[in-house]
Design a protein around this ligand. Structure first.
Ligand code: K7E
Ligand code: CUA
Length: 638
């Protein structure tokens, strides 16, 4: 009976699948798998996913595995939703730029694992690197434009204990910056640069430590060593040809480009020994004069990603124009360096012998870009042309596998667009999480509802817990993800408020009676309290020509209780989290009465949280005065 029942059940299922009555097999599969990513209301995701935002200049935070967008972190771009780029501090941080091109977020590490303190991101367009504090998901520092650098694409890659952030220049220019040399003199007059940015272990404060001068290759991507490769960072370049025009063909001549093997310990030593020249204030090492600092290694054709595995024993690099990825053996590299076993040199830099240091070339498929690791001996490479992810076995290989590395290829899965980066949580650490893989869009094919000529981008979630990869979910992803980082949720301790006793802003005021307006010549300082549901003071007098400086403290100490501050027609949109003080400087250039109000919903009487700035014409005399419901005292200097 049982057998017959099973037979019928099977037959029925097959019939449904075959006739298309009800959900199709693919739909059923998708519906079934969707439950794997479901996070019920009120529960948290297991991981944070930080996407780079490309030319949006932002970082997007999603939960994993739900893929739900949680928050946007503005970095290089003003963002009214968070009042970023409107207060004096964030405006100064952004400088004259209103955007950046974020490519590679890098989490801070301790002992080779994420420590949940900071996220660093690069700006490829304006040669900057920013630090996001993971206690409040806010950008705290923007370093740059970096001296002697153009295009910080090969960044931000973090060494094992966050000693350095490594940066390689995508473009080469005549140095120091500001010097002219004809483009036809590219080979001779232009230079690339590898930069080490020091990170203060207490504060996270970044500063340029030293740089290594390179030929005018185009440095593309980087990764840092760990374990046996601790002292090293690796970089790929796609223009060993040193072409300066029509790179599409001119930079694709050679079968192998040159990657860089940088020994940052020896670079530190070279600087300590005075083997450098100061260029634009930075100690710059000429690697032809400081042996050991830089080696080149041949990398198959027009490479992109170069990734170190969790053990630090293997480095994987892919050439976009070769349907294979190369595994380098770090031990063999170190031996070759030790014994000076070179196959030649380029512009005074020794080149490691490819055949001596490459462990094998794995035929992963067409257009390999980036590789991630699951910590269980497997690697996953994105294939731009094939629109696939290939799972393959890392060395050590059996003799049989070694004889035919096709045998090391374990699985392939289709993704539904031309994939660029992919990420496995902790892939660049000693202990990858190894459960999910997020595949990121490189060239949208229009998966979501159409919204016009521009195609929204997506990323797809792949379950890598079993022997075969499984596609389980797809999410809309704002422009334009290049890379991402994933960290276990319990690694991040996000603060709930800014405690009053930690607020060190000298202009903070916490009591209503301390709120005040002070005039000093043409400058008016307003020390203002924002509290449910009023501003104190809320009536302010000034005159044309004055500079008014608002120091606003949100005195709330309840999580989520933010206030906003919008001054009509003055392009001022502030947001203040509980316990935060921010300063806004406005030059008053025309008379009139300008209302201000709270932009953040904060209570039933949020709409009443408003006030007026009355600006007299310049010729009318009179000092700043204020009045408010509290009958505020005014201190006024002549
Ligand atoms: Cu889009 Cu890392 Cu800038 Cu590759 S990069 S795909
Ligand atoms: Cu404060 Cu709305």
């Amino acid at each position: 009976m049982k057998t017959i029942a099973s037979f019928f059940a099977l037959a029925l299922t097959s019939a449904i699948l075959l006739t298309g009555c009800g959900p199709s097999g693919a739909d059923k599969q998708a519906a079934g798998d969707a439950s794997l990513t479901f996070v019920p209301p009120g529960q948290h995701d297991d991981y944070y996913l930080f996407y780079s935002g490309g030319h949006s200049g932002q970082v997007f935070v999603a939960g994993l595995p739900s893929m739900r967008h949680i928050v946007t972190i503005p970095v290089f771009t003003p963002f009214p939703g968070k009042g970023y780029g409107f207060d004096d501090k964030s405006r100064a941080m952004l400088g004259n730029f209103t955007w950046g091109d974020v490519h590679h977020p890098g989490l801070s590490k301790t002992d080779g694992n994420y420590d949940g303190r900071w996220l660093f991101v690069n700006d490829n367009a304006n040669n900057r690197v920013a630090r996001i504090d993971l206690s409040d998901f806010k950008t705290k520092q923007i370093l740059g434009p970096l001296p002697n650098s153009s295009g910080s694409h090969a960044s931000s890659f973090i060494t094992e204990n966050t000693e350095y952030i490594m940066v390689g220049t995508r473009f080469s220019i005549p140095l120091p910056k500001g010097r002219y040399a004809p483009i036809s003199e590219y080979e001779k007059e232009y230079s690339g640069m590898l930069t080490a940015i020091k990170v203060d272990p207490q504060t996270g404060e970044m500063s340029v430590a030293w740089q290594v001068l390179t030929p005018p290759f185009d440095w593309d991507l980087s990764s840092t060593g760990k374990g046996p490769s601790h002292d090293y960072a690796f970089f790929t370049s796609y223009n060993t040809e040193m072409a300066h025009t029509l790179l599409e063909t001119n930079a694709s001549q050679l079968d192998r480009d040159l990657g860089a093997v940088l020994n940052w310990k020896l670079a530190e030593k070279a600087v300590a020994d005075g083997q450098y020249e100061l260029l634009d204030g930075v100690p710059v090492i000429d690697p032809t004069k400081a042996p050991g600092v830089l080696h080149f290694v041949p990398v198959p054709k027009s490479p992109h990603g170069m990734d170190t595995d969790p053990s630090g024993k293997w480095v994987v690099a892919s050439g976009k124009l070769e349907p294979a990825t190369t595994v380098y053996n770090v031990e063999k590299m170190l031996q070759a360096i030790e014994s000076k076993d070179y196959s030649g040199e380029k512009l005074g830099i020794p080149i490691l012998n490819f055949d001596k240091v490459a462990e094998g070339v794995v035929p992963v498929g067409l257009g390999p870009l980036h590789t991630q690791f699951d910590g269980k001996g497997n690697a996953y490479t994105s294939l731009f042309i094939d629109s696939q992810v290939t799972k393959w076995k890392m060395p050590p290989w059996t003799d049989e596998e070694r004889a035919n590395l096709e045998k090391a290829v374990l699985d392939k899965i289709d993704v539904h667009y031309n994939i660029g980066h992919l990420v496995i949580g902790g892939s660049d650490t000693r202990e990858p999480y190894g459960d999910w893989l997020v595949a990121m869009n490189k060239q949208a094919v229009g998966r979501p509802l159409p919204v016009g000529p521009e195609l929204p981008e997506t990323s797809q979630l792949i379950d890598i817990r079993g022997p075969k990869m499984r596609m389980v979910a797809e999410a809309f992803t704002d422009k334009e993800p290049h890379f991402a980082q994933v960290i276990r949720a319990d690694k991040i301790k996000a603060r709930e408020v800014y405690p009053k006793d930690e607020n060190k802003d000298p202009n903070a005021v916490w009591a209503l009676e301390d709120a005040k307006v002070t005039r000093d010549g043409d400058r008016i300082d307003v020390n203002m309290v924002a509290i449910r549901s009023r501003f104190v003071p809320d009536n302010i007098e000034a005159k044309v020509g004055d500079t008014i400086v608002f120091h606003i403290t949100n005195v709330e100490q309840i999580p989520g209780l933010g206030h906003g501050f919008s001054l009509n027609e003055h392009n001022l949109n502030g947001v203040l989290d509980p316990g935060e003080t921010k300063t806004y400087t406005v030059k008053l250039d025309r008379p009139g009465v300008f209302p201000f109000y709270c932009t953040v919903f904060c209570s039933a009487l949020h709409q009443e949280m408003q006030g007026y700035l009355a600006v007299k014409p310049a010729d009318e005399t009179g000092s700043a005065e204020t009045a408010s419901a509290e009958g505020k005292t005014v201190s006024s200097k002549p």
